[in-house]
Design a protein around this ligand. Structure first.
Ligand code: TRP
Length: 867
């Protein structure tokens, strides 16, 4: 006979002893009968019986068991471990003086913290311990726990799976709650590690105290209540979690979705129908389940009469039926509990009702008998079989090809713990439902979880619905979730959302806030000219050159193009004015043409007058090139035509004024040679016009070929608009061509001013001086006006200057003459024009105060006759 030890939490806790110093310290008593733990223990017995009955495993060897109640506390666990090692109920380490059958291995010890404690001790002796529920990742550390192996997957897988689940549903703002033990802390630690890599934030991290403390639990409840996180991940055993859940139900905290670890996902302690409004929809991971054949019958086959010496059975019976077993050695009922929630205080009295022994287990609903979710129970079963298979392998070893020194084998009734460890580490077997159990070098098994969702069934109970699976595969892991079968405990029955800050809409970007998790950001609107077109954009992108952001900042739109268009009022007005001017000039030409033989028209050169009229038409009409969308050609043509127009106009005027001067000088010199002189003048005039035109044309050609003007999209002044304008290419050239005009204008002015002093009846020089003054005033004021305007108004200013100067010249040079021609034809005689006759009519526009200093009835003529 070989004995397997088993450690199970058959009670929830120990009863705290008061003042242990006044009396001999004794092992504390336990309270709170744990039906689930009892089932686990019974499953172990069942498995051992199965092994004993089987012919293929350990055929000639009977297995026995020795079960110890850990009461879910470390002290009891350590005590039990030592009891195993010593073989006695006295706990003296280093001796094993038991007359009984040898102990081969321990199954246990339940929760990870307990296992860590017990495994550290048995590890000293390299004594095998097979865990069935201890999932904490540190237990895989073979340096610390050399003799530990388990049939439950390492929690690292579960933490990763939880992180994956959270990511799957897009939750980014999560609260965590851990039991204050190795299981909870390591589980949450790895969960956080995985989750933070995915950019998910932890809203709060709380721990549930191991020793009941109402204040601490209320603090946790308060945190949950205040947090905006709707998803709460809980890594805790059901025993530790139940007081918190009671308080949650009491505080009526709804709207949270709970993510459960394997230790409480299928626990009847938590999955109470009355909690459904708070906990419904909980999603969690359950280890692989298995329906152990024959277990239900075995569980039912428990009765205090069968084995009256078993205190646990009597206690089970008393607790299950709430009665007292007659003359039992178990004096207390299980509900000797300090009320966990602290709300009801006091001790439940022992039930007065005596147990009859006729109570029917089939009639009651009890966790012990619930075989619908055999997960940890199945692990217990697998643990027993692991040991049994290892023993079997040890037993079937053939001497001469054994694994130990000199190819020897171990002897089944007298082997060392490390020899069994060798076989345990190489165990590989399949269970009744074809699950392959294979312990790896770290003592772990491969991970396989069911994803479970809490739903309410027709009978008003919580059912654990499998909504997916998570499997560890050779190359990573696979997770499947059947979204349609999930029940969500939200008003809309849709998956809950859990975010700290709602998404940033397009047009804004995420801005970090200092001192808060990255998931709690602010949405900052994009700056002008920048956009973001996706939700939760980290950055805003600037729009391309010709584009600008719309008001929502989610799209780049083409910038508005600004130029002086024909169809806007200003454009139309200016064009109309220039047309009007051109018409006036044309009518002047017609008048001149009709009266071409009159003295006034003939005087001072008919040709020049026509040229001046032509140039005025040209300058006036150049405004057409300034209005409208600037194009390459219009940009090139506009300044050049203007400059040419002006130089034609000014050179003609200069010709006139020089002629006036020369006539005066000539007549002074030699009155007789006058006629010759005059004919020379006419030629000179044309030459002058020709030369100045050639010069101007040359400069203009050079300008257009070397550095021509081009269309320029000006975006410097306004972001929202593109100002379409002409860039003049070379300012130097532009200054040169207009500088030449200015030069001509200055010459005109000087000569005209000098000529003013000449005695002349008609005083043309005065009008020219006046016209030139107007010209100067217009263009001088043009410069600052032009420089201080932006956009299309620059063009407007220039057109104004063109129109003003053209109208000025037109008005000063031609209007007085037309006045005489049309309204005072009696003065339009050669005598009067040439000053040979006096006129009394002083109303003629010939008087100019500044220029008439020397006006006398001079005989000198400033008339230049046209040939
Ligand atoms: N996995 C838990 C741990 O390592 C133990 C555990 C699993 C458990 N299932 C349980 C504890 C059910 C109590 C009840 O600590």
């Amino acid at each position: 006979m070989l004995i397997i030890g088993g450690m199970f939490p058959i009670h929830f806790r120990t009863i705290p002893e008061k003042e242990p110093t006044t009396s001999k310290p004794v092992s504390p008593k336990c309270e709170g009968f744990n039906f689930r733990g009892f089932r686990w223990a019974r499953a172990m017995i069942h498995a051992i019986q199965e092994v004993n009955n089987r012919l293929d495993i350990l055929p000639n060897i009977t297995l026995g068991y020795h079960i110890y109640d850990t009461c879910f506390t470390t002290s009891k666990t350590v005590e039990g471990t030592l009891a195993y090692l010593t073989g006695q109920n006295e706990t003296m380490p280093n001796f094993r003086c038991s007359a009984g059958a040898p102990l081969v291995a321990i199954i246990g010890a339940g929760g990870s913290t307990l296992t860590i404690a017990s495994s550290r001790i048995v590890g000293l002796y390299y004594f095998p311990e097979v865990g069935y529920a201890s999932s904490c990742s540190v237990l895989s550390d073979k340096y610390q726990f050399p003799s530990f192996l388990r049939t439950i997957p390492n929690d690292n897988h579960q933490s990763l799976a939880m992180a994956e689940l959270v990511r799957h549903f897009g939750w980014v703002w999560i609260g965590t709650i851990a039991a204050d033990d190795d299981y909870g802390k390591y589980g949450i630690k790895y969960f956080k590690q995985h989750v933070e890599k995915a950019g998910i934030c932890i809203a709060f991290s709380e721990t549930i105290p191991k020793i009941f403390s109402r204040e601490k639990i209320l603090a946790v409840v308060e945190t949950i209540k205040e947090s905006t996180a709707n998803i709460i991940v809980v890594y805790s055993s059901d025993i530790d979690l139940s007081p918190l859940m009671e308080e949650i139900a009491h505080s009526n905290i709804t709207g949270k979705t709970w993510i459960a670890s394997e230790a409480w996902i299928t626990s009847a302690l938590i999955a109470k129908p009355e909690y459904f409004s708070f906990l419904g929809g909980t999603i969690g991971f359950g280890v692989r389940r298995g329906d152990i054949p024959g277990l239900k019958d075995f569980l039912l086959d428990v009765h205090p009469d069968n084995d009256a010496s078993d205190d646990l059975t009597i206690e089970f019976w008393q607790t299950a039926f709430n009665c007292t077993w007659p003359n039992s050695r178990v004096p207390y009922n299980t509900d000797f509990r300090i009320n966990v929630t602290g709300r009801e205080s006091g001790v439940h009295p022992v039930s007065d009702q005596l147990c009859t022994g006729k109570e029917k287990l089939e009639d009651i609903k009890n966790t012990y008998l619930d075989v619908s979710e055999l997960r940890i129970t199945y692990n217990v079963y697998k643990a027993v079989f692991t040991v049994a298979h290892a023993l079997n392998n040890l037993d079937t070893c053939v001497e001469g090809s054994g694994p130990f020194q000199k190819k020897s084998c171990a002897i089944i009734y007298d082997f060392e713990p490390w020899q069994l460890m060798y076989y345990l580490k190489n165990v590989k077997f399949t269970t009744f439902d074809n699950e392959l159990v294979k312990i790896d070098e770290n003592g772990d098994v491969s991970a396989s979880y069911d994803i479970i969702n809490w739903q309410l069934n027709e009978t008003g109970e919580i059912s654990f619905v499998k909504i997916g699976i998570y499997n560890d595969t050779n190359d990573g892991h696979e997770m499947k979730i059947y979204n349609n079968s999930i029940f969500w405990n939200t008003p809309t029955l849709n998956p809950p959302r859990s975010v700290c800050t709602e998404n940033c809409q397009p047009g804004t970007r995420k801005g970090i806030r200092h001192g808060v998790p990255a998931c709690c950001f602010v949405c900052i609107p994009c700056a002008d000219g920048e956009i973001s077109n996706e939700t939760d954009a980290r950055e805003c992108f600037p729009c391309p050159d010709d584009y600008w952001s719309n008001t929502l900042k989610n799209e780049c739109v083409l910038k508005e193009v600004e130029f002086l268009a024909y169809d806007e009022t200003l454009g139309t007005t200016l064009v109309a004015l220039s047309l009007f001017g051109a018409c006036i000039v044309l009518s002047v030409t017609i008048v001149y043409r009709m009266h071409r033989d009159t003295a006034l028209v003939k005087a001072n050169g008919r040709g020049l007058s026509f040229l001046i009229q032509l140039s005025l038409v040209i300058t006036l009409l150049t405004s057409f090139f300034f209005v409208g969308k600037p194009e390459e050609w219009s940009c090139q043509i506009r300044q050049v035509t203007l400059a040419l127009g002006f130089s034609l106009c000014l050179s003609c005027i200069l010709g006139k004024t020089i002629a006036l001067l020369l006539t005066y000088r000539g007549s002074k010199l030699k009155a007789a040679e006058k006629h010759d002189h005059i004919s020379m003048q006419s030629l000179h005039q044309k030459l002058l016009v020709l030369i100045s035109m050639i010069i101007e044309v040359c400069i203009c050609t050079a300008y257009l070929t070397c550095i021509p003007p081009y269309v320029y999209k000006n975006m410097e002044f306004q972001n929202v608009k593109i100002i379409l304008e002409c860039n003049e290419g070379s300012i130097e050239f532009l200054c040169t061509i207009f500088g030449f005009d200015v030069f001509l204008a200055v010459l005109c002015f000087i000569t005209a001013f000098i000529a003013c002093k000449l005695p002349d009846n008609f005083n043309e020089a005065k009008f020219i001086t006046f016209g030139m003054l107007v010209f100067f005033i217009v263009w001088i004021s043009f410069v600052p006006a032009y420089l201080s305007t932006r956009g299309k108004f620059k063009v407007v200013v220039e057109i104004f200057a063109i129109l003003a100067s053209s109208f000025g010249l037109l008005g000063c040079i031609f209007l007085p003459k037309c006045y005489i021609i049309l309204l005072k034809p009696e003065r339009n005689t050669e005598e009067i024009i040439s000053g040979k006759a006096t006129t009394n009519d002083k109303s003629a526009p010939s008087t100019s105060a500044s220029c008439t200093s020397e006006v006398t009835n001079s005989t000198l003529s400033t008339m230049v006759l046209d040939e």
